[in-house]
Ligand binder design. Structure first.
Ligand code: PTJ
Length: 248
């Protein structure tokens, strides 16, 4: 039990979620290493959503709302840290959710599938019973692609991923949005929009932006959404995100 008065309470809560997910069998052991790396970058940006991250979230929402077949990809770490928030984002943006694991095992897939279904999200793609396609030129288990999901997706959210998939997906003509606290990662560099923020902050922010656009009728305003995208440069945004790292 972590005392609420602990100065690092929020951070320790996230660590607990990751540790428990590993004990429950759905988080890869490397997922704990990935989390530690994320913690470091989060510390360096002050554990807050920076202005460049906010802009990237806005561009990401614009891409998703303009998409014909948007897919939110989930792995072990994403499920452990943000399962409810991902479901809310999918509802707010009419997106599909697909399981895609680098260290894919039927056991891990089964647990993650069950967790989504327990929360009322029945139509979880990429499960054990589905006959999956494979993305060409990708030699890891991440190549799995649901026929209704990432195989035909035009826009995909790929949070907390290693660097082997984003580039191939972009080459396949998809718009790729990553959430990655490391602005120097291969995934960040290869993605169409890279959100340099903690997933626990970025996903709820995207949902509230999508709902706000809906309320104002802007979700169907193509010109408005296309303008957000036109004014966004991922290369510049990554530079701005890097500049947010405070070394003093
Ligand atoms: O569940 P699986 O089998 O698909 O495996 C997932 C992991 C995360 C183990 C796998 O994709 C992997 O090894 O990823 P990497 O190469 O460690 O990359 C993960 C990236 O996510 C790193 O750049 C981290 O800085 C970043 N990251 C970690 N935690 C967070 C994060 N970014 C945003 N929010 C976080 N909470």
């Amino acid at each position: 039990m972590i005392p609420k008065t602990h100065p690092r309470y929020e951070s320790l809560l996230l660590r607990d979620k990751v540790k428990n997910a590993f004990k429950e069998g759905y988080l890869a052991d490397s997922g704990m290493i990935a989390h530690g790396r994320g913690e470091t970058f989060d510390y360096l940006i002050g554990e807050r959503t920076t202005e460049p991250a906010r802009k990237a979230c806005e561009a990401a929402v614009a891409y998703i709302l303009l998409a014909e077949n948007p897919v939110l990809s989930v792995n072990g770490n994403t499920t452990a840290l943000a399962i409810d928030e991902i479901i809310e984002l999918a509802k707010a943006t009419d997106s599909k959710i697909e399981i895609n694991l680098f260290y894919r095992t039927p056991e891990r897939v089964e647990i993650i599938e069950r967790m989504f279904k327990e929360r009322g999200w029945e139509d979880i793609l990429g499960g054990n019973d589905e006959k999956l396609e494979y993305i060409d030129n990708l030699n890891s288990p991440r190549a799995t692609a649901s026929k209704e999901g990432s195989y035909i997706a035009d826009v995909m959210l790929v949070p907390l991923e290693d660097g082997d998939r984003a580039e191939v997906l972009v080459q396949n003509g998809k718009k790729i949005i990553c959430i990655d606290l490391n602005p120097l990662s291969r995934t960040s560099k290869m993605s169409t929009v890279s959100i340099v923020d903690n997933i626990v902050r970025a996903v709820p922010l995207m949902t509230s932006m999508a709902l706000d656009f809906k309320e104002k009728g802007k979700d169907k305003d193509k010109e408005f959404l296309e303008n957000i995208i036109k004014n966004f440069s991922n290369e510049q945004n990554l530079k701005d995100s890097l500049a947010e790292i405070k070394l003093k």
